[in-house]
Design a protein around this ligand. Sequence first.
Ligand code: BES
Ligand code: MN
Ligand code: ZN
Length: 499
Amino acid sequence: MQARLLNTAPEKAEADALILPIFEGQSVPAEAVALDKKLKGAITQLLADDEFRGKFMELVPLHNLGNAPSKWTVLLGLGKPAELDLVRLRNALQAAGRVLRKRGHRRVTVILPKAVTATAGADDIARAATEGIGLSNFDAGSLKTRPEQAVTEIDALSIIGLNGEKSAAAAVKDGLVLAEATNRIRGWVNAPANAFTPTVFVEKVKEAVKGTGLDLKVLEVDDMRRLKMGALLAVARGSDEPAKMIVIRYGGGRKSGPTLALVGKGITFDSGGISIKPALNMEMMKSDMGGGAAVVGAMLAIAQLKPKINVIGIVPTTENMPSGKAIKPGDVVTGSGGKTIEIINTDAEGRLILSDGITYAVNEGATHIVDIATLTGSIARTLGPLAIGAFGNNPPLMDLVRRSAELAGERLWELPTWADYDGLIDSEIADIKNATVPWAGATTAALFLREFVDGRPWVHLDIAGSAWQDAAELKTVPRGPTGSGVRVMAHLAQLLADQ
Ligand code: BES
Ligand code: MN
Ligand code: ZN
C-alpha cells in the first residue's frame, strides 16, 4: 500500500471511496459541506432522517452518482467524542477499510475533520489513520479449495486534514512500516500448526529478514544441549519436531550502548503435554507462538525505522506435546541459568522455554529485557481480548512501555508483582516450581520469569488475550490474529534510543 497526506478538498478528491468520520450527534462537518452540496445534500438528509447516527463503527456507504470525482462516500461513526482515543480511531478505520476492500475499493481517501484531528497530536493521528487502513489489508487467506471471493487490497491511501503538519508525513511512513510488519506476522499466527512447525517458523523468518540488514542466527538442538538449555529441551522432548531458537540482531547503537532484548514465546502448538488440555478450543493453541511472531514483526519494523539502539530478538520455538518421551509432572529440570525447576504442570510450558531465552539474553549482555507471550489463561480471563497484561521490576522501563503502547494504539494494563506473592513459586524439592495455586495465575508466571532476568530492568507482556480477538460480543475490534505487541516493542526501541 502507498500512503500520503493530501492537500485537496474532499469534493475534489479522486478515489474509489472517501471515508468521512462523524461523531454521534454531530452535523455535517465543515470540511464536508461542499461535498454534501455536490451530493445534493445526501449526507445532511441521512443525518436528519437518523439513517446515520454516528454510532461507533456505524458504516453507511453512499454512491456519489457521478456528482463528485470520487465514486463513493462512506460515513463512518466515531461514537461519543469523549470516548474516542487512538485505539478506537485505529479500530474504526480498520473495520471500515475491511468492508471497503471487500467491496473492491482500492483507492481510499480518509477525511479527517477538525473535530477528529483536535483529539490528539497530528503525528499520532496520522499514524493511527495509516495503521488503521494498513491493518485492514490483512487477509487471513483461505485453504478452501474453492475460495468464495477474490481478495482485493487497498493499495492507495490519501489522508485529508493533516497537511501543513510536516512531521505528520513522516508519521504516515512509520505507520505504513508498522502496519505492514504487523500484518506479516498475523498470517503466521493464523497458520495451522501442521503448516507452521518450528522448522517452518525458521524458514519464514529467513525469508522475512532477507535484505533488511538484520542478522539471523538459529540455534539447533545440539547448540541447546551445549548451552544446557534444559528447560527448553524439556518442553521439546514430547515432540517429534526439532526445537529451534531464533536469534535476530539489529545493531543501530554504539557497542557500549544499551541493548534491548525482546524474547518471545514460540510454541507452535500447545496441547498441554502430559497435563493435556481439554479438547474444547484446543485448536486455538496453534496461535501460541504469537509472542515469538510479534518479536519477529518488531525486529522487521525496527530494521526499517532505524532507532539508534542495539536490539536482539530471541524466539525459542517448539511444540508442546504428550508422548512416551514427554516431561511429566514432578520431573525436575535444570535451565541454562543453572536453576532447578520442578514441573508441576506440563501445560505451564511457555515460562519454561522463555526462561532459557531470557538467560540467553542476559548472557548476550542485554541491558533491558522485554518478554512477550501468550502465557496464561488467567490474563485472558482478567482483561479479555482487549488488553495486554504487563508486569515488571523497574518503574521507569514500565513507563516507557506504557508510553509505547499509547503510541502503538494498543491497550496495556499493569498488574502487580508485590513481594506478598513471593512464595508462590517455592518448590519443596527444587529452586522453583512452574505452577502453583489456581489463582493469580498471570502474576505467578511473571514471578517465575523474573527469576531469570538477573535483576535487570524487565517487563513481561502477557498477550494470551490480546493476540487473538474472537469475542463476537465485542463489535469494536476486528476478529482473528491481531499482531499484538509488534508496534509496542518497535516504539519501545525508539523511546529507549531517544533517552
Ligand atoms: N498457552 C497457554 C495460555 C493460553 C490460554 C493462551 C488461552 C491463549 C489462550 C499456556 O501455555 C497455558 O497453558 N497456561 C496455563 C498455565 C497453568 C497450567 C499454570 C493456564 O494459563 O491455564
Ligand atoms: Mn500451556
Ligand atoms: Zn502455551
